[in-house]
Design a protein around this ligand. Sequence first.
Ligand code: ADP
Ligand code: MG
Ligand code: MG
Length: 887
Amino acid sequence: MTKWVYGFGGGSAEGRSEMRELLGGKGANLAEMSNLGLPVPPGFTITTEVCTAFYDNDRNYPADLNDEVETALKAVENLVGRKFGNVADPLLVSVRSGARASMPGMMDTVLNLGLNDDTVEGLAAVSGDRRFAYDSYRRFIQMYGDVVLGVEHYNFEEILEIHKEDKGYVLDTEMSADDWQEIVEGFKAKVAEELGRPFPQDPREQLWGAIGAVFGSWMNARANTYRRLHNIPASWGTAVNVQAMVFGNMGNECATGVCFSRNPSTGENRFYGEYLINAQGEDVVAGIRTPAPLTKIEREESGSDLLSMEEAMPAVFADLVAVRDKLESHYRDMQDMEFTVESNRLYMLQTRSGKRTAKAALRIAVEMCDDGVISRDDALMRVDPAQLDQMLHPTLDPDAEKQVIGMGLPASPGAASGQIVFSAEVAEDWAHNKGRKVVLVRIETSPEDIAGMHAAEGILTARGGMTSHAAVVARGMGKPCVCGAGAIKIDYRGGTMNAGGVMLKEGDVITIDGGTGEVMLGEVATLKPDLSGDFSQLMEWADGVRRLKVRTNAETPEDAETARGFGAEGIGLCRTEHMFFDPARIISMREMILAETEAGRRVALAKLLPYQRQDFIDLFRIMKGLPVTIRLLDPPLHEFLPHGDNEIAEVAKAADVSESIVRRRLLDLAESNPMLGHRGCRLGISYPEIYEMQARAIFEAAIEVSKAGGDQVIPEIMIPLVVGKKELEILKAAIVKVASEVETEQSAKLTYLVGTMIELPRAALRAGDIAEEAEFFSFGTNDLTQTTFGLSRDDASHFLDTYIAKDIFAGDPFVSLDQEGVGELIALAAERGRKTRPDIKLGICGEHGGDPSSIAFCESQGLDYVSCSPYRVPIARLAAAQAALKK
Ligand code: ADP
Ligand code: MG
Ligand code: MG
């Protein structure tokens, strides 16, 4: 027979903390605290299995549930020495929901259940405090009315407000027992009016009403949405906790509070919390009254004029400190606890692992490890890699004043201030020539804006989602970005933007917070990231256990430097096309594209060669002998051509051709589906001279750096978008030829690798053949995801939400690798590649290289490295360590 109900209290319990799946987080920890002998008001937990059975059975309870509840209730009555529903001295209970994972959206707690017109008099007599009894009763009607009967809060608030106004009261504390009794009558009348039936007076009806409401709330819209967003299956169910009430609102020897065993925002090992004297439950969080600090030192530091608990009730405070020590050493983690004091006696009502900032998470993990409380491996598992992002960027000074004038998506974290500019050109001009700090404001961005984005402190767009161009590029650069701020109206022509009624023009200063999506007026002070101390300690531990190497995607010296600073072990993807957008080079690039003959192209390429060579010299110097993978030109050529009339004229002039030739060439190059068009190695096959120039630049740079006394450079030349072996055969032969030419010219010896991206399904399938030519594979998972799904990243946003809502996709496949589909192609390509060439180097580049769950997949496939944008390098280092530990 299934056991549906688990009791706790009186120094023992039927459950334990390991039973959170069955008892929910709250129930399991209440049981654990009882077992530890802590003062927990007795109660019982109705299991999550009842919830599941309830829904499997057309919302009917198991037949024997009622008996089990009665038995458990009897046990509580015996421990407390009061009977539920007894008129002279009633037992009151709270009914609290509790799922496995804490879940907002579930039913709120109901306190003081069991009160009615008769028991309230009993409570008044026993406590000797009528005011307290009627205050408790009105709270009960209000909570029960709201969460169980669906009579909304405001109905009750209104009655209370009118009463206070009539009497000339300001504070609830001015209300007398008679006032509260009148309020109770008003509340009951309101419920009767709204529901057409009286407020339930039978305590058992009240109890089952509340239990039913908890189970019912498991399937409400709020809870469903939350589960969907957090991947919590509906089959988990929630538990219900029924617990004897203790009263924090029975006078000045009573209190209620919330505390953390360590400071959850700094991680400092110092008891931290808030409490309220003479208050019940949620008063602390509800903000009705300002709570007081728990400790004396906190009171002194905060300058609060309220007495701390340490000073007001020293003996109970000492008990609480003892509980804190006991719970923290028992759970070996920072605890978030809820307590109530009734007549100078402490009761514990909840404990759980506390939520914390990244900074606190690092400090707590490192200090607990140093103190021998947890192992190094535990410490590494304690920090959420994704959370590290918070640490790497400047953040808003929490003490600074700010005026928020708009809101968008938090697309790339960090805070930035600067003068508004509305075009990439102005951004570059102001930043580079005038030394100003600018924020680039665009309706949306495109590849031509890259240089301007680089020059800006941050980027704000009015249109586009989390995977829009602006968002992806900004994250890659580690620039703060707020995107899709739809309420901000941008007028390019007038050079103005209107944000929430505030008119701003070019040159005005704003601040954006890419971690929250806020747009603020003027300059708001920021704090610099601090990566020493706990951060570097934990990273060092991570490096000690991880197997996967972590490289970065970088093409500019700034990005390469940043990534080195974050611990990158090489470059996994250097996209050469970004190097051609620089104003000094784009002209020659366009000249090359406009040339109609090979000879013409070679003339333009010769002008680009020195620039390319210098790019690589810079990168090789920064990377000091670490591997650098350079991808040859990848995007379709029309991406480099201008589309506006003025620009076309400019280009025609620079290239010394007529405007009509430029326009015709634009038409020639136009593609209806550029993503699947003339790009990648197809360019190298059509115009071998382009890749030859790039190979030459790489080899000459490698030799120059080595000759100048730098570390020996072993470049890895990567060919994009191959579909099979043949393309690689042709292009590799050309590269090898250039290499031997350069060797002869410079009388030097080169060491290098030639490999390929695996980013098309056909390439993955033909990996066995391809590996005959390729010395390494890099899985380009952005394109591989696009082509496996037949889904363009830029267009996915139109239906992605619906697909996720209907459970067709588990999440955005461009954020977290689709392990079932795309992952299978990777596994298969890795296997076939290794069969041909056992020592083939395997890596992954693209957004997924910095995503913890995708990194775990790479570990499981035994890849050699992941490569990600500079600001994700620390995240990848920790995620790789966790993946190794889990294995
Ligand atoms: P949540 O999940 O929102 O934290 P809880 O079930 O913890 O909700 O209840 C909220 C608050 O109600 C608790 O922090 C506590 O102060 C109060 N509370 C709950 N049960 C009791 C009880 N048996 N006696 C006194 N106060 C209680
Ligand atoms: Mg709680
Ligand atoms: Mg690609």
